[in-house]
Design a binder for this molecule. Structure first.
Ligand code: SAM
Length: 246
């Protein structure tokens, strides 16, 4: 049988793709892309001429079945989304589950991911974290999710679109407290990459003054972020002070 590769693609800077990913994209029988027009730019940049087919949320049933049939017949499929890791707030998870159920080998081609790139630069605890991704749009569902994670001790990771950022920050401040520390990671790996390390209340005030533009990840401190063991207390205190100074 064939094989399914889940391939990371750049989240901004076109250089952020591995040698192996480029080689596998070249060697594959077909590339299953979330948006073939979008991925065409990446393929042109790396002189890759592999045929593409579209695979997204709205055709995953019939296209998924078709791709499974091709892999069963021995073909290699490389699945990509528009940016970052397929399956993370993007298509790809369903295809992976189908392939696994069919006994088809599934392999990652690791690389760029907005959530983890933002997390490691946030200056918040990394020992444990919860990826929430996009909050539900409907207010009731959103409140349910926020109520569930409000007391989590681990750092929280959210994705958001610029036109909804203020609304989401207001909801976060209401549910988690305006004093909760946050890092807004904007335009990662791009020309106007920026990190704002502050509190939810201050970040909301900032974006009420300056219309948010570009792509955002919000890294929010966990509920226990300031509860530390005596051994860590001194280090943690100086971290808090340094954080407050920024
Ligand atoms: N699959 C992607 C990944 O692995 O990161 C995520 C795709 S999701 C549809 C798009 C969201 O990811 C954006 O709304 C934003 O929250 C975040 N994102 C993607 N690229 C980003 C970047 N360069 N800078 C900041 N956030 C980014």
């Amino acid at each position: 049988t064939g094989k399914l590769y889940l391939c990371a693609t750049p989240i901004g800077n076109l250089g952020d793709i591995t040698y192996r990913a480029v080689e596998m994209l070249r060697a594959a029988d077909v590339i299953a892309a979330e948006d073939t027009r979008h991925t065409r730019g990446l393929l042109a940049h790396y002189d890759i001429h592999t045929p593409m087919t579209s695979y997204h949320e709205h055709n995953k049933e019939e296209k998924g079945a078709e791709l499974i049939a091709r892999m069963r017949a021995g073909e290699t499929v490389v699945c990509v989304s528009d940016a970052g890791l397929p399956g993370i707030a993007d298509p790809g998870g369903d295809l992976a589950r189908r392939a696994i159920a069919e006994g088809i080998p599934v392999t990652p081609l690791p690389g760029a991911n907005a959530a983890l790139s933002a997390l490691i630069c946030a200056g918040l605890p990394l020992e444990g974290f919860t990826f929430v991704g996009f909050l539900p749009r409907k207010e009731k569902k959103r409140r349910e999710v926020l109520a569930r994670v409000a007391d989590y001790p681990e750092t929280l990771i959210f994705y958001e679109a610029p036109h909804r950022l203020k609304e989401t920050l207001a909801a976060l401040a209401a549910a988690l407290g305006a004093q909760r520390r946050v890092c807004a990671a904007r335009e990662l790996t791009k020309k106007f990459e920026e990190f704002r390390r502050t509190t939810l209340g201050d970040l909301l005030a900032h974006y009420r003054e300056h219309e948010p533009r570009g792509e955002f990840v919000l890294i929010v401190a966990g509920a226990d972020e300031n509860v530390v063991s005596t051994a860590d207390a001194e280090e943690e205190l100086s971290l808090t002070e340094r954080y407050a100074a920024h």
